[in-house]
Design a protein around this ligand. Structure first.
Ligand SMILES: Cc1cc2nc3c(=O)[nH]c(=O)nc-3n(C[C@H](O)[C@H](O)[C@H](O)COP(=O)(O)OP(=O)(O)OC[C@H]3O[C@@H](n4cnc5c(N)ncnc54)[C@H](O)[C@@H]3O)c2cc1C
Length: 415
C-alpha cells in the first residue's frame, strides 16, 4: 500500500505554494505531488509567449528537480487522480494505483471549457492550457492562413495578436457585447477592441458559434447562431475554463461551480483542502463564494492551505479574492483591479494618446480601477483595496495621481 502524510493533487501555482508552506512548519512529513502533467511544475501564464516564440517551454518551469529534491517531494508526473475516497483517506490514480493520505490538497486547477457547438468533437481544434497545447498551436499557426478564435478573453486576444503578427487573417467571435467581459469596464473594452480592429482583426461581437463542419483538406466552415458563417483552417477555442472536479464524483466533497472552501481552504470533508482555480472561495468585496481564476489567488490560497494542513495555528485566513488583471496588446498596456461596477462614485478620464483611467470609490475607499497606458501599479492598487485604505483625506490628490499617492500611503504602512 502506498501512503504519505501530505498528498498534493496538481503541480502548478497553488500546489507549489502549498508545499513551500508545509515545509516552513513541517520539514519532515512525507509529501507526494501527483499531477496530470507530464512535465516538471510550470506556469500556464507563460504559454501565450511560448506560442508566439518569445520564450521557450523551459522558461515556464516554476520549480525544477533540485527544488523538489531539496523539499523532499516525491513527484509523480502523468499521474492524474481518478477518484477520491475520503472515508478510507485514499485516492485512486488513473492507472489504478491507490495512495493513502493523512491530508489531501486538491490543486487541480481548471481546463478549457468547450462550448456546445454541433460537430466540434469531430473537428480538429486547439485550446491553450498546457505546454503541449502551446506547442501544437505554435505549429498550427506556422501552417495556417485564416484563424477563427472563439472567445475574446485574455487567452483569445493574446492569440489573436500573435496570429495576426504571424500574417494570418484572424476573426474573433465573442458571445458578449464587449471584449474581456468581466475583466474590464465598457469604455476600456471598447478601446481595446478598437486596437484589435485597427490591426486588421475581424471582431464579431454578441455572436455565438452554432455548428462546425470540415471543408476541403484541413479547412472548416463555422455557422453562427445569428445566421452568418466563417471559413478557416485554424480553430482556437478560448471560451473560458471549468474547474477540474470530475474525479470528485461520489466523494462527498461539496461542489458549487468549483470545490467550496472556507477561509482556511478546508473543503466540506475532513482532511481535504482545495486551493487555486479549482476552489470556490469568498470574494473580498461582497463575501459571495465565487470562482477567481487568477494567479495571485492560486498563490495565496495554496500558501494558506499548506500552512493549515501542516497545523500552523498562526495562519491568517483568506481575506477573499480581488480581481487583478494586466494585459499588454499591440504596444499598449491595460490593468484592471477590483470591481468596476457602479456601486460607488465613478471617475473616468481620457487624457488623449489612448490613455484612459476609471476609478470607483465607495465610502472613501478604492473599490476598483482600470487604466490603459497609465503608469499604475496593479499590485499596489490591489493592496489599497485589500487593506481598505481610507483615501478620504487625500481623495482629490489620489484621483489625480493614483500611482504616486498610492505609493505614499502604502510606504507609510510598510515602514
Ligand atoms: C494561457 C493562460 C494565460 C494566463 N495568464 C494569466 C495572467 O496573466 N495573470 C493571471 O493572474 N492568471 C493568468 N492565467 C491563469 C493562471 O494561470 C491560473 O490562475 C493559475 O495557473 C492557477 O493555478 P492552479 O495551481 O490553481 O491550477 P493550474 O495552473 O490550472 O494547474 C492545475 C494542475 O493540476 C493538474 N491536474 C489536473 N487534473 C488533475 C488530476 N485529476 N489529478 C492530479 N493533477 C491534476 C494539472 O496537470 C496542473 O498541474 C492564465 C492562464 C492561461 C491558461
Amino acid at each position: 500500500m502506498n501512503q504519505t502524510t501530505y498528498l498534493i493533487a496538481g503541480s502548478s501555482h497553488a500546489a507549489i505554494e502549498a508545499v513551500a508552506a508545509i515545509r516552513m512548519v513541517d520539514p519532515e512529513g512525507e509529501v507526494v505531488m501527483a499531477t496530470a502533467d507530464q512535465r516538471l511544475p510550470y506556469s500556464p501564464t507563460i504559454l501565450p509567449y511560448v506560442v508566439s516564440g518569445r520564450t521557450s517551454p523551459e522558461t515556464a518551469t516554476l520549480r525544477g528537480a533540485a527544488w523538489l529534491e531539496a523539499n523532499r517531494v516525491r513527484f509523480l508526473a502523468a499521474s492524474p487522480i481518478a477518484e477520491v475516497q475520503p472515508d478510507q483517506r485514499q485516492v485512486r490514480m488513473a492507472d489504478g494505483a491507490v495512495w493513502r493520505y493523512e491530508r489531501l490538497l486538491l490543486a487541480t486547477g481548471a481546463r478549457p471549457a468547450l462550448p456546445p457547438i454541433a460537430g466540434l468533437a469531430a473537428q480538429p481544434h486547439h485550446v491553450l492550457r498546457t505546454v503541449e497545447d502551446a506547442l501544437a498551436l505554435q505549429a498550427a499557426i506556422a501552417g495556417a492562413r485564416q484563424a477563427v478564435i472563439l472567445g475574446a478573453g485574455l487567452v483569445g486576444l493574446h492569440a489573436a495578436e500573435t496570429m495576426r503578427k504571424a500574417g494570418l487573417g484572424v476573426t474573433v467571435i465573442e458571445q458578449k457585447s464587449q471584449v474581456l467581459p468581466g475583466y474590464f469596464d465598457g469604455e476600456a473594452s471598447r478601446m481595446i477592441e478598437k486596437a484589435f480592429r485597427d490591426h486588421g482583426i475581424e471582431m464579431v461581437m454578441g455572436e455565438t458559434a452554432a455548428a462546425v463542419e470540415a471543408q476541403d483538406d484541413k479547412g472548416f466552415r463555422l455557422q453562427l447562431a445569428g445566421g452568418g458563417e466563417r471559413a478557416g483552417d485554424l480553430l482556437l477555442i478560448a471560451a473560458g475554463v471549468r474547474p477540474v472536479t470530475d474525479f470528485l464524483a461520489g466523494s462527498g466533497v461539496d461542489l458549487g461551480q468549483g470545490v467550496l472552501v472556507d477561509a482556511r481552504m478546508r473543503t466540506s470533508v475532513p482532511n481535504v483542502w482545495a486551493a487555486g482555480d479549482v476552489a470556490q472561495a469568498d470574494r473580498f468585496l461582497d463575501g459571495v463564494k465565487a470562482m477567481a481564476g487568477i494567479l495571485p489567488n492560486a498563490v495565496e490560497q495554496g500558501r494558506i492551505a499548506g500552512a493549515d494542513m501542516a497545523g500552523d495555528s498562526a495562519v491568517k485566513p483568506f481575506p477573499g479574492s480581488v480581481p487583478l488583471n494586466t494585459f499588454a496588446y499591440f504596444g499598449n498596456h491595460a490593468i484592471s483591479v477590483g470591481a468596476l461596477d457602479e456601486a460607488g462614485a465613478v471617475i473616468e478620464t481620457h487624457a488623449g494618446d489612448g490613455c484612459y483611467i476609471r476609478l470607483v470609490i465607495a465610502e472613501g475607499r478604492l473599490r476598483g480601477i482600470s487604466a490603459i497606458n497609465h503608469v499604475v501599479d496593479a499590485g499596489l492598487m490591489w493592496q489599497l483595496i485589500l487593506r481598505r485604505i481610507d483615501l478620504a483625506p487625500v481623495l482629490q490628490d489620489f484621483l489625480a495621481r493614483p500611482h504616486e499617492i498610492g505609493r505614499v500611503l502604502m510606504s507609510r504602512l510598510w515602514r
